[in-house]
Design a protein around this ligand. Structure first.
Ligand SMILES: Nc1ncnc2c1ncn2[C@@H]1O[C@H](COP(=O)(O)OP(=O)(O)OP(=O)(O)O)[C@@H](O)[C@H]1O
Length: 236
């Protein structure tokens, strides 16, 4: 069953998705997480993955991002004008999809040693304006300018998260994935993230996210997809 979006073109379409983790270091114990997951996200829409802790929200998001492999099913994204099933792509082809089509704001910053925060954000952007855009985003996210030239390795949790958010939101991809983007942010910066997500939606980006903060979720969410309805049965 697919939940139909109301608005623009379909950007992401998940169908019949199943994921079972196999714990090779635990005698091959199998842990089914989702079975027959199906949902879609349209351009300009923000769909939130809901459900209690352990339901499989992050796993689904990571499969869409290409970080985890699916066991069954299709994950189709609109890439270069057509719908591409990313579960069938080579690592190289998936690399192109991730570069051009999917931006991914994870909970933790993948910092590169010795690279200053502003360069890290600018490198995620494109074109001659990338550095100005990086500065603009870091300003909006209230990251003190004295930190911009420093590598984020020693930054606080909230400072790292803001660099991470800037590096994700500087990108102009059709699909944006966000996993708990406001977890270590204060109220003012949570509001900035709400504004950034609204701007992405207005620009036609499809957003798929996980938000534990109810206020943030209510402010950006068009539909909730409850992951518990994809829970595998006993026979899985
Ligand atoms: N890499 C992994 N290897 C083995 N099991 C995993 C792995 N990642 C997740 N799991 C298991 O899959 C189940 C779903 O985890 P997941 O992180 O997707 O849930 P979640 O709904 O995002 O939870 P939370 O809200 O607590 O972040 C959990 O039982 C977890 O232990």
């Amino acid at each position: 069953m697919t939940t139909q979006p109301t608005g623009g073109a379909t950007i992401l379409e998940v169908e019949g998705l199943a994921k079972t983790f196999t714990m090779h270091l635990r005698g091959g114990v199998r842990l089914p997480v989702v079975a027959d997951a199906a949902f879609s996200v349209a351009a300009g829409e923000c769909v939130v993955l809901g459900g209690p802790s352990g339901a499989g929200k992050s796993s689904v998001l990571k499969i869409v991002a290409g970080t985890y492999a699916a066991n069954h099913g299709a994950v189709r994204v609109r890439h270069r004008g057509g719908m591409v099933d990313t579960t069938r792509l080579s690592a190289r082809e998936m690399g192109a999809v991730r570069r051009e089509t999917i931006a991914d704001v994870t909970q933790f910053l993948r910092a590169i040693p010795r690279v200053p925060a502003i360069d890290l954000v600018a490198a995620a952007g494109t074109g001659e304006t990338a550095r100005d855009e990086a500065a603009h985003l870091l300003t909006r996210l209230n990251l003190p300018e004295r930190l911009w030239s420093l590598p984020p390795a020693t930054f606080s949790g909230g400072e790292k998260q803001r660099v991470n958010i800037a590096a994700g939101f500087i990108r102009r991809t059709p699909l944006l994935l966000v996993d708990e983007p406001t977890a270590s942010l204060d109220h003012a910066n949570r509001e900035v993230v709400v504004e950034l997500i609204r701007e992405k939606k207005a620009a036609g980006t499809a957003v798929l996210g996980i938000f534990h903060d109810r206020d943030v979720r209510d402010a950006v969410c068009d539909r909730v997809v409850d992951v518990t309805k994809f829970a595998p049965g006993d026979a899985a």
